[in-house]
Design a protein around this ligand. Structure first.
Ligand code: G3I
Length: 373
């Protein structure tokens, strides 16, 4: 059939032009190509096409993805001997289809742990041997299924408290400190080629930093594989102290591990103290959800400036930072909305609710492309 070239309408010409322009618009993964992987946590809305804005952002701007929830124990292993693979399979397939570095999150974590995992039929903690076997089965079954597709795993998440002590999780209560090296041993046996990470928040805190340096040095001295220390990097307008944060990057790198920024976001709202009486509606509406309809310009400027400073820190340490992952794509999908109370509207991510890149980052891309022309 002879295809005649249809006269292009003005609209088609404009679309072609905009697509062409879009192709020339720099992307995050191009901008940071020589620095570190850049990625985001994605959820099933992205994967199932229910959030086309996020899908477009992920495919254009990122070269790495991490599972926000679908690989957590309560989701993927809801009952003993019963695994739910559909969502995790869809997540991995999405990453493979889009040629992404895929990160598994997370194998051993006290939160979103399937309720059955640490207890027997009476609700009492199982024995050390039973828990070891359950950990080995979980880690081996999950990692084996995705062998060769997952670049690396958050093997253990949030195991140390801010004062450097071990979190009194069921894993610690039953196995003591041993649960962490055991998890890494099982993970390496399950997939010898996968990278293995230990991950936590508040990693700027000196006591926590020192505890992880001791722990990782000890595991490595015993011949265990630990490829990176993950700094979740959930930030606010008044935390973390940047000097402490950088000292942690340097301390973690001193173990010989890479450093990964694994869950980066920055709250633009007032930090709520743990003791805050968030059920008080007056307090809620004024103090803790002050910008339900958008950030005032001065707050947005301060947020952008602070995020720009953090980006400078990442680039200063790009010799040891191998991945920067935001914990989400655009503000509308962030876990920080409705946290810690329903209805709270947050603005913590790299893209706004209209899927526009935030000014601090757009300026970096524009200035870089200016330099290249
Ligand atoms: O799947 C259920 C659904 O069936 C139910 O209808 C719905 C309403 O109750 O809840 C759904 O589960 C929610 C789950 O996300 C999946 O959407 C949980 O309630 C909700 O608490 C859970 O929140 C996740 C949170 O971890 C739990 O601690 C966030 O999406 C996720 O972004 C967040 O991520 C964690 C990292 O894994 C570890 N570091 C901290 C980070 C932020 O908390």
């Amino acid at each position: 059939m002879k295809l005649s070239l249809l006269p292009l309408s003005v609209a088609s010409l404009l679309t072609l032009a905009s697509c062409a322009t879009e192709k020339q618009t720099p992307t995050l993964k191009d901008h940071f190509a020589d620095d570190f992987l850049i990625g985001a946590a994605i959820n099933m809305n992205h994967v199932k096409g229910l959030d086309p804005g996020s899908d477009s952002i992920v495919r254009r701007h990122f070269n790495s993805i991490v599972a926000e929830n679908c690989m957590k124990c309560e989701e993927i292993h809801p009952a003993e001997g019963t695994y739910f693979w559909d969502d995790a399979d869809a997540f991995v397939d999405y990453g493979v289809r889009n040629n992404m570095a895929i990160i598994g999150h997370t194998l051993i974590w006290h939160s979103q742990l399937a309720p059955w995992f640490p207890v027997d039929s009476t609700g009492a903690y199982v024995s050390a041997d039973v828990l070891k076997e359950r950990m080995r089965d979980h880690i081996t079954t999950v990692m084996t299924r995705y062998k060769g597709k997952i670049k690396g795993w958050d093997v253990v998440n949030e195991a140390i408290e801010g004062d450097g002590s071990y979190r009194k999780s069921p894993f610690y209560e039953i196995l003591g400190e041993e649960f962490i090296p055991l998890a890494f041993q099982y993970a390496h046996e399950a997939d010898p080629d996968a990278e293995l990470y230990i991950n936590d928040y508040g990693m700027n805190m000196p006591a926590k930093r020192e505890a992880y340096v001791r722990l990782v040095n000890d595991m490595k001295s015993k011949g265990l594989r630990v490829d990176a220390i993950g700094m979740q990097s959930h930030m606010g307008m008044d935390y973390p102290d940047f000097k402490e944060f950088e000292e942690s990057i340097e301390a973690f790198a001193s173990t010989g591990c890479n450093v990964m920024i694994t869950e980066w976001d920055m709250s633009a709202l007032p930090t709520i103290s743990r003791s805050a009486n968030v059920s008080d509606s007056v307090v809620y509406n004024t103090l803790f959800n002050p910008y339900p309809d958008g950030l005032p310009a001065d707050i947005a400027d301060r947020w952008n400036s602070r995020m720009d400073s953090v980006t400078d820190i990442f680039l200063r340490h790009k010799d040891v930072i191998t991945r920067v992952t935001a914990w989400g794509t655009h503000d509308g999908m962030s876990w920080k909305n409705d946290f810690p109370m329903k209805g709270r509207v947050e603005y913590p991510l790299l893209f706004d609710r209209d899927c526009n890149l935030k000014p601090f980052m757009q300026n970096r891309l524009d200035n870089a492309s200016d330099r290249q022309i």
